[in-house]
Design a binder for this molecule. Structure first.
Ligand SMILES: [Fe+2]
Ligand SMILES: [Fe+2]
Length: 269
């Protein structure tokens, strides 16, 4: 919003742009809760990872499943209220991030798919708190802030739960599985940050920017360097869990994270 091409926008246009981004975030969150996180929760709740997780921890996944269902409900409700207030249409096109995550799991061998879903849940749930905090900082509306805070309080618990499960699972994986999932993890982190160029083009166009101005604004935020910085800013908690579990002690796995731009070769974060 600080880009020179956006400085000429009036208050109403700026508010509309903020609202469009907030609706996009909320709609993405609604889908992520029930299409992504709750698939991981189902895998755990059905005890499909019984070789790695005690049953009592599997039972807790049903509580998380309920939380996420309610988050999806109140997030969708808030999105609808904002759309109505600003006269925005419902955007029900495909969500690139969800499609990328689902394709990533679908590409894994069938016998590894349950664990791949767990890894997706682990990454998403250890990153989401930071994403919510970032949006709270960019929002002045007290009702929206209250809703996000209620969500955040649950997500702190969920992040601890998934971190605890990962600590159970990682040392019990055989060397081949550690090699496989250790390389999958940075790809999952990247998939969670899939950039929706079409959406950003559209909202900037709605705000009255011509194609050249849109490209100038998006070049600042959509390039490889800013995208990598965005990923690193969000996944600190995830990387800390991986470090605690010794994932980066493996040279090849450490290199996979370095190549993804998530850690430096000579320094951790
Ligand atoms: Fe949630
Ligand atoms: Fe959650």
């Amino acid at each position: 919003m600080a880009h020179p091409a956006l400085r000429s926008l009036g208050l109403a246009e700026r508010n509309r742009l903020f609202a469009a981004r907030l609706v996009h975030f909320l709609d993405d969150m609604t889908l992520t809760e029930h299409r992504i996180v709750n698939v991981a929760a189902q895998v755990i709740a059905e005890n499909r990872l019984r070789a790695f997780i005690p049953e009592v921890l599997a039972l807790d996944a049903l509580k998380l499943y309920t939380d996420e269902g309610y988050h999806a409900y109140f997030t969708a409700h808030a999105s609808r209220s904002i759309r109505q207030a600003f006269g925005m249409d419902l955007s029900d096109g495909p969500n690139l991030k969800i499609a990328t995550l689902e394709a990533l799991v679908a590409d894994t061998p069938a016998e590894r798919r349950d664990m791949a879903w767990f890894m997706v849940g682990f990454v998403g749930e250890t990153m989401i708190s930071k994403a919510i905090v970032d949006v709270m900082r960019a929002t002045a509306h007290s009702g929206v802030q209250g809703m996000l805070l209620a969500h955040l309080e649950d997500e702190w618990v969920h992040a601890r739960y998934f971190a605890h499960l990962f600590e159970h699972i990682w040392p019990r994986l055989d060397a081949g599985s550690q090699a496989f999932f250790g390389r999958l993890l940075p790809r999952i982190i990247a998939a969670f940050h899939t950039w929706d160029k079409g959406f950003h083009q559209r909202i900037l166009g709605d705000a009255g920017l011509d194609a050249a101005a849109r490209d100038r604004v998006l070049a600042k935020v959509a390039g490889e360097a800013p995208q990598t910085a965005r990923m690193r800013g969000r996944c600190g908690n995830t990387l800390q869990v991986l470090e605690r579990c010794g994932v980066f002690n493996d040279e090849a796995l450490r290199e996979a994270f370095v190549q993804s731009g998530l850690i430096d070769r000579d320094r951790m974060f």
